[in-house]
Design a protein around this ligand. Structure first.
Ligand code: FAD
Ligand code: DLZ
Ligand code: SF4
Length: 513
């Protein structure tokens, strides 16, 4: 069919209401979805992520066809596939005789920059539209941030509560408080009745994609076994419904808990769907607001959950676009060590790290505290290059896209932006992990011991980290108690701690600076 307009949908733009489709006429438009090597290869994506994205793209193409659109779908193994998005847009323009391209802006600097050159490279007008799937636009965030000394999430979140009306009672926050975190964060007990996420069995399309990914990416990180992610909007909705009914009421209570062999706990496992458009963030938040108003969900759970999406998710996106592409190279703590191999192999005696990395390899998922307080905390304490840490997080999780992953890694987890995003580094000794998990019980290291080769590496690295960064961190009021403790110790004790931290890194075979 000849067409006026070619509409490109990227693999994370699978929303029915995407801006590139607004006002389009199915009679004169062709929709292009293209599986391309550049997107599969820009980072070492987990194999489950590749299968998830390609299967969701193929299902979305079928749904669009069912809704009356003409869809041109290019598979990764198509012999004519040029391997990149510009090449596929050029081939489709020639195939269909279209005179213009419409696309929703991409979710990362790399592709936005590339798309900015398409109009001249392809010699057709390219209409690049804002991605309006968020509560706050980039300019809304900039307007909020303008003139503020500190860009704290909590204040942004309160403004978002007011402007949306979510969990508001008139001008006041629901139940009289903005934040119910003090009632959350209970450690999980083994005998808790654990909900299980609703699972979707792979259909023939997904089975075909799994076989293609297995054949084409034999050396990539990550297992393809037990693939149960939803790949359609309807199945993602059904999984979210099951979460609201079964797990959400206790989401707040056990948000920070970790248990061996329990990857999902009371988490929603919906970031993967939100981030590619199978679920809509606004619909999700209003659904939870309604569940609270109906009395089905306590306020600590509803508020804790909505804060993650309305607050954190929107806020990190604002930071990503505001800070620019150089944010990826921030390194305020001058951390230079290469990422240890065990981040890929899970071959380590640290039971917490082994559990989180094995789970990541098997499921392409870890919840926030596993990412922040185990794998992230270790990299922070060990002085690993934050850019290498960023590439790891971008690769290994099924929900990873740079706009959301980068601020979480560079800002929140590695403090590499010097405190723009986080009010203090998320550095903790083994005591935190012991309190929130059952990992330490099965570990060869002693979580109570502070130094020496049998002691928990998190303990051995914690004080040297604070000593190393005293100049930058000691003035931070939230770090004051730790630096007061340190001030009581004489130079010899501090030197012994630093020497033991160095010995720990050597024993873990972490390369020196
Ligand atoms: P739940 O715990 O059920 O939370 C509900 C939803 O809230 C999530 O689905 C997510 O959309 C949102 N959310 C929660 N915390 C955050 C946060 N800090 N930032 C943004 N959104 C949040 N999230 C991603 O979506 N993609 C990433 O690539 C990503 N990388 C991360 C890297 C690091 C180092 C850290 C510390 C966090 C990262 N996060 C990322 C945030 C968070 O860990 C995940 O959103 C969450 O674990 C996804 O699991 P879930 O859907 O079960 O979330
Ligand atoms: C993540 C991903 C992958 C693995 N493959 C494709 C692809 O083949 N074609 C495509 O259009 N999009 C893909 N994506 C999603 C893009 O990488 C994503 O749009 C950018 O990272 C911007 O967020
Ligand atoms: Fe992790 Fe230390 Fe506990 Fe071992 S003892 S599981 S290394 S926190």
């Amino acid at each position: 069919m000849a067409a006026d307009t070619l509409i490109l949908l990227l693999g994370d733009q699978l929303s029915a209401e995407i801006s590139s489709l607004a006002g389009a006429d199915p009679a004169t438009s062709i929709i292009l979805l293209a599986e391309v090597a550049t997107e599969a290869d820009y980072v070492w994506h987990h194999r489950k992520k590749l299968a998830f994205v390609f299967s969701a793209m193929r299902h979305h193409a079928a749904a669009l066809r069912g809704a009356g659109w003409t869809v041109d779908y290019i598979k990764l193994d198509d012999p004519q596939n040029s391997g990149n998005l510009q090449g596929e847009v050029a081939r489709a323009l020639a195939r269909h005789g279209a005179g213009r391209v419409v696309v929703t802006e991409a979710g990362e600097w790399r592709l936005r920059d590339e798309m900015a050159g398409w109009a001249s490279a392809l010699a057709v007008p390219v209409d690049i539209r804002a991605d309006d799937r968020f509560f706050a636009s980039e300019s809304d965030f900039s307007a909020w941030a303008e003139g503020r000394k500190a860009l704290r999430m909590e204040y942004f979140y309160r403004q978002m509560r007011r402007s949306t009306g979510l969990l508001m009672e008139g001008d006041d926050p629901a139940d009289g408080r903005w934040n119910f975190d003090s009632e959350n964060r209970k450690p999980a007990a083994r005998d808790l009745l654990m909900p299980r996420p609703r699972q979707s069995a792979p259909d023939t399309i997904t089975q075909g994609v799994l076989a293609m990914v297995a054949a084409r990416f034999p050396d990539r990180f990550g297992s393809l076994d037990d693939f149960w992610f939803a790949v359609t909007a309807a199945d993602a909705e059904a999984q979210f419904d099951a979460f609201v009914a079964e797990a959400l009421p206790r989401f707040g209570d056990y948000q920070d808990a970790m248990l061996v062999g329990e990857p999902w706990l009371y988490h929603s496992v919906i970031a993967l769907y939100l981030n590619i458009g199978l679920l809509d963030a606004r619909a999700v938040c209003w659904r939870v607001d309604a569940a609270w108003r109906a009395g089905d969900v306590p306020i600590n759970a509803a508020e804790g959950f909505i804060r993650q999406i309305l607050g954190w998710r929107e806020y990190v996106r604002g930071i990503y676009w505001r800070e620019g592409p150089d944010y990826a190279r921030r390194n305020a703590l001058a951390a230079q060590r290469p990422l240890p191999d065990f981040y890929w192999s899970a071959d380590t005696d640290m039971a917490c790290m082994r559990a989180c990395i094995e789970q990541t390899r098997d499921t392409a998922y870890a919840h926030h505290i596993q990412r922040l307080m185990v794998t992230g905390n270790f990299a922070l304490l060990a002085g690993i290059d934050p850019h290498a840490v960023h590439l790891w997080y971008l690769a290994v999780y099924v929900d990873a896209y740079e706009w959301v992953e980068l601020p979480n890694t560079i800002g929140m987890s590695q403090f590499a932006d010097g405190g723009l995003l986080a009010s203090k580094p998320y550095a903790a000794s083994g005591a935190y992990i012991d309190r929130m998990s059952d990992y330490c019980r099965g570990c060869r290291y002693d979580v109570k011991a502070k130094a020496g080769s049998g002691a928990c590496p998190f303990n051995r690295l914690y004080w040297p980290f604070l000593i190393r960064h005293q100049r930058l961190l000691s003035g931070n009021p939230r770090m004051a108690p730790m630096y007061r403790t340190l001030a009581k110790w004489d130079a010899a004790r501090r030197a012994a701690l630093v020497a033991d931290g160095d010995a720990c890194l050597t024993e873990l075979r972490i390369a020196d600076l």
